[in-house]
Design a protein around this ligand. Structure first.
Ligand code: AMP
Ligand code: MG
Length: 321
């Protein structure tokens, strides 16, 4: 058995024993438990310090494994699964009786996706059942995008951490509610409302950044220890300079190089286009914390493609603090 196969087998055994396994996906690292074992799912909430009314996403190995978890596999769900799975689209649907309340936070809906990562799929195949997994971070903190991040966040609470290197996308999946008409994006991600609308051949409610409509989509979330200030590109240098002059340790996160920054300002980037911005966002937050920054001055990417989701995360990281 190769090293990776042995780790996957150990992960599957741990899941079967009701223990927690962290695994890489194409979005962020997940903290997984047997979705059909309420006790194991309870351990996820305990490890994260997450309120129990915030539901978890169920990860399945293929679209074929969706049926037992939901009341009905509708033609719309089928079409979206065929178009985007494996991939970063989570579908919210009426649940079946098989799904414990612990997973859904007592709701009558369940969120499901097939992750596009070979290690995640290998784990799901070896385990042979659905795995409930939120992001593998302490509640409210930035999601982990490397195995080291997971160990730093959760360490002891996790039986096995599968290491797949840095996550390709870097921010969480698009969450789409199929129980409303039209379907509604609850959390923006790599797959846009437009892409979804094209597949279903009808309208999609894309409004995503208002007050928390999805359980777990709090106004303040994904936040580093440093305060985050979202500013327009033209104001970034002046704002960073003013904060620096007040004696703050300032970090700057921007798509393009920012001119005229004072010496001693920590430059987190330039992060380039929206895809790179997403992939590097949480690592930049963690670096700012590691370097003792008190404030991150962030210039958002344009609101196109995954830029919409990056802006949503920056907004939440900056909220209420
Ligand atoms: P995470 O934030 O990484 O822990 O992923 C879980 C997220 O999926 C939650 O915060 C919700 O936004 C979403 N979610 C999971 N289950 C449901 C559900 N039944 N209804 C609506 N949203 C859900
Ligand atoms: Mg999370």
């Amino acid at each position: 058995m190769g090293c990776e196969e042995a780790a996957v087998a150990a992960g599957a055994d741990a899941l079967a024993a009701g223990r927690l396994v962290a695994f890489p996906t194409e979005t962020v690292y997940g903290l997984g438990a047997n979705a059909l074992d309420a006790g194991a799912v309870g351990r996820v909430f305990a490890a994260k310090g997450r309120p129990t009314d915030h539901p978890l996403i169920c990860h399945v190995v293929s679209a074929g494994a969706l049926a037992p978890l939901v009341a009905d596999v509708t033609p719309v769900a089928q079409a979206l699964a065929a178009a985007f799975w494996p991939g970063p689209l989570t579908l919210v649907m009426p649940r079946s009786a098989a799904v414990p309340d612990a997973v859904t936070g007592g709701r009558d809906t369940v969120a499901v996706r097939v992750p596009a990562h070979p290690l995640a799929l290998a784990l799901l195949r070896a385990f042979g059942g659905p795995v409930a997994a939120p992001s593998a971070n302490r509640f409210g903190r930035p999601s982990p995008t490397t195995a080291t991040d997971v160990a730093d966040e959760l360490g002891e609470a996790v039986a096995v951490i599968l290491d797949g290197g840095p996550c390709e996308i870097g921010i969480e999946s698009t969450v789409l509610d199929l129980t409303t008409d039209p379907p509604q994006v609850l959390r923006p991600g790599r797959i846009s409302a437009e892409q979804v609308a094209q597949v279903i051949g009808g309208p999609v409610d894309a409004e995503a950044s208002g007050p928390a409509r999805a359980p777990g989509m709090l106004e303040s979330h994904y936040a580093p220890g440093a305060r985050v200030e979202v500013v327009a590109a033209e104001q970034a240098a002046a704002r960073a300079t003013a904060l620096h002059a007040e004696g703050m340790r300032v970090a700057v996160l921007a798509p393009d190089p920012v001119d005229a920054l004072p010496q001693g300002v920590l430059v987190l980037g330039p992060v380039g286009g929206a895809d790179d911005y997403a992939a590097r966002l949480y690592a930049a937050f963690r670096r700012a914390d590691a370097e003792g920054a008190g404030v991150i001055v962030a210039i958002p990417p344009p609101a196109e493609g995954i830029g919409v989701a990056v802006r949503d995360r920056l907004q939440r990281a900056s909220a209420g603090r």
